[in-house]
Design a protein around this ligand. Structure first.
Ligand code: ADP
Length: 309
């Protein structure tokens, strides 16, 4: 069983508002309301690939109830830790005419020490069944930046591969927990390196450094440039064809799902990378975030070329 962790979920509501103006009222169609969070996107794609992921995270108040219900409707199971405060809402106003997107993101709820402990207990209960753990997204501000590091260490003690997809300080510290795989994009790797990474060689060099620090796999995603997978013993590059992109939001999450699915099904490394890219690309070709078509994945798998560098 694959376990996904979303510590900072939200109800995402997006409105289409042409000619969005400050200081003006706008009449809009009903907003598109979804259960948001990177780990939840990963779970959705895993489900579409035929897995039965188990979702963990914090949920509170009526928003939390709504998310739980929504996930049930989508056929996703979870053991969420109930918190006293309300799960946040994030609003997006999409103005297609002017190609702008204005977002309002509520601050994350605070979680008591007790609720945090309760989460860690639930997390460790999953170790009996978990074959792979995926932790995605930013950490809520009230959690220590080393929270992912601690989670990774706990998983490693049980020999359960831990995939970490985050950025900034939680990534920097998370690496010290020796995760099985991290998936920075170019911007996140640059931020980690603290200097401009101009060439592919520059990026690979940083990835090798991370591997030497005790991370088994660095999956560097490069958007339309494909991806590079760096391990101590091998470096693979995925060369991808150009595709008609509709909405690339969530492509990184879909890539993680493709990777996790492949690892869970014991595919060889080349095929893991191929599948990861195909899922990221298939998501980018859809309007809906965290949605992939299996026919499209099959087609893309044939068109992705993996080389050793
Ligand atoms: P993130 O969403 O984390 O920033 P990326 O943008 O690098 O991650 O996307 C992850 C993967 O999805 C890429 O490695 C690629 O396979 C696919 N992908 C994303 N954007 C595009 C694009 N514009 N064209 C083709 N493939 C894409």
């Amino acid at each position: 069983m694959i376990v996904t962790v979303t510590l900072n979920p939200a109800i995402d509501i997006s409105y289409r508002v042409n000619n969005f103006k400050i200081n003006k009222g706008h009449r809009v169609e009903n907003g598109n309301k979804t259960a948001g969070g990177k780990g939840l996107n990963v779970s959705r794609v895993l489900k579409q690939l035929g897995e039965h992921p188990h979702c963990l995270g914090f949920l509170g108040g009526s928003n939390g109830k709504w998310i739980k219900r929504q996930l049930e409707i989508e056929g996703l199971e979870g053991s969420f830790t109930q918190i006293k405060e309300e799960t946040r809402t994030c609003l997006a106003f999409i103005d297609e005419e002017n190609s702008t997107q204005t977002e309002l993101m509520e601050k994350c709820p605070t979680v008591s020490e007790e609720e945090k402990e309760e989460f860690l207990e639930t997390y460790q209960q999953q170790f009996k069944k978990a074959t792979l753990i995926i932790a995605s997204g930013s950490l809520p501000s009230w959690l220590d930046s080393s929270f992912y590091k601690d989670m990774s260490k706990l998983a490693k003690e049980q020999n359960i591969p831990f995939i970490l997809d985050t950025s900034g300080e939680p990534l920097k510290l998370g690496i010290e927990g020796n995760p099985f795989l991290i998936k920075p994009n170019q911007e996140e790797l640059t931020q980690f390196a603290g200097k401009e990474l101009k060439t592919m060689e520059d990026m690979v060099e940083v990835a090798i450094r991370i591997c030497n620090q005790g991370v088994q796999n660095v999956l560097l995603s490069l958007g339309e440039g494909g991806a590079i997978l760096v391990r101590k013993d091998v470096i693979l590059k995925a060369n991808i064809p150009s595709i008609p992109v509709v909405n690339p939001v969530g492509s990184g999450d879909s890539m993680i799902a493709g990777m996790a699915y492949s690892i869970n099904n014991n595919l060889v490394l080349e095929e893991c990378l191929r599948m990861a890219c195909a899922c990221g690309m298939a998501n980018a070709m859809e309007e809906k975030t965290g949605f992939v078509q299996s026919q499209m994945i099959k087609q893309l798998l044939k068109e992705i070329n993996i080389t050793s560098i």
